[in-house]
Ligand binder design. Structure first.
Ligand code: SF4
Ligand code: SF4
Ligand code: FES
Length: 223
């Protein structure tokens, strides 16, 4: 124990080496995150976990900021709620309308659409961009429909840094960035172990277990 901080008026103990996010999560608080994974070094890229710390001019990312005794934190001030809504609108503008998300329709809300619902992002604030292209990869295990990809690189990080397979990587730039397995974009011809970590990690419907999809679709079609 290293003292405590105050978050939204509640005193929370700080554990050794904890970030603000770790303290909040240990207390059961739910802060939206689209790039944080406890198995990986924090990357601080999605900006959804920003919190306001009293005395600091700018909000800070809870996932990369060390918790300090005496900090006074607001996690949901109106300005940050609006900031999150706009970020989510930007992400929604890169993907098809949420009603078609395969993960949401078969497994319950994906992380992207759960966060969008929480902050009232409806995908109608910005013009929709052309979506990324589904991979024609015929492997029998993983459906790679990158129309739903938000280029968060969670899958490539988990594959490279946790699974140590290095089967997928980001290629291209800007809106043309896409996830590929090199050299042929066929997972069966890559170092992929088909561990499924990327599917479990993806916060959208871009990666799905083909077998599970088939089973769930069949179960749904049955009377
Ligand atoms: S299934 Fe495992 S090894 Fe294959 S791409 Fe996904 S994380 Fe990498
Ligand atoms: S496939 Fe999923 S995990 Fe990978 S970059 Fe796209 S949205 Fe993120
Ligand atoms: S979880 Fe993405 S910036 Fe903190």
């Amino acid at each position: 124990m290293k003292g405590s901080l105050h978050a939204d008026g509640v005193s929370l103990p700080i554990g050794e080496g904890q970030t603000i996010l770790a303290v909040l999560r240990a207390a059961g608080a739910s802060l939206p995150t689209l790039c944080y994974d406890p198995r990986l070094p924090p990357q601080g890229s999605c900006r959804l976990c920003l919190v306001q710390v009293q005395g600091r001019p700018q909000p800070v990312a809870a996932c990369t900021t060390a918790a300090e005794p005496g900090m006074v934190i607001a996690t949901e001030p109106p300005a940050l709620r609006e900031y999150r809504r706009v970020i989510l609108e930007m992400l929604l503008s890169e993907t098809p309308p949420s009603q078609g998300c395969p993960r949401c329709s078969l497994l319950g809300l994906c992380q992207l659409h759960a966060a969008a619902a929480r902050y009232g992002a409806q995908g109608n604030l910005l013009p929709r961009l052309p979506t990324r292209t589904p991979s024609p990869d015929p492997n029998p295990f993983i459906l790679r429909d990158y129309r739903w990809c938000i280029a968060c690189y969670w899958c490539t990080r988990i594959c490279q840094e946790w699974e140590m397979a290095g089967a997928i990587t980001a290629v291209g730039r800007g809106q043309d960035t896409r996830i590929a397995s090199l050299p042929t974009d066929r997972l069966l011809e890559s170092p992929c172990t088909f561990c499924g970590q990327c599917i479990n990690t993806c916060p959208t419907g871009a990666l799905m277990d083909r077998k599970l999809l088939g089973q769930l679709s069949t179960a749904r079609a049955s009377p």
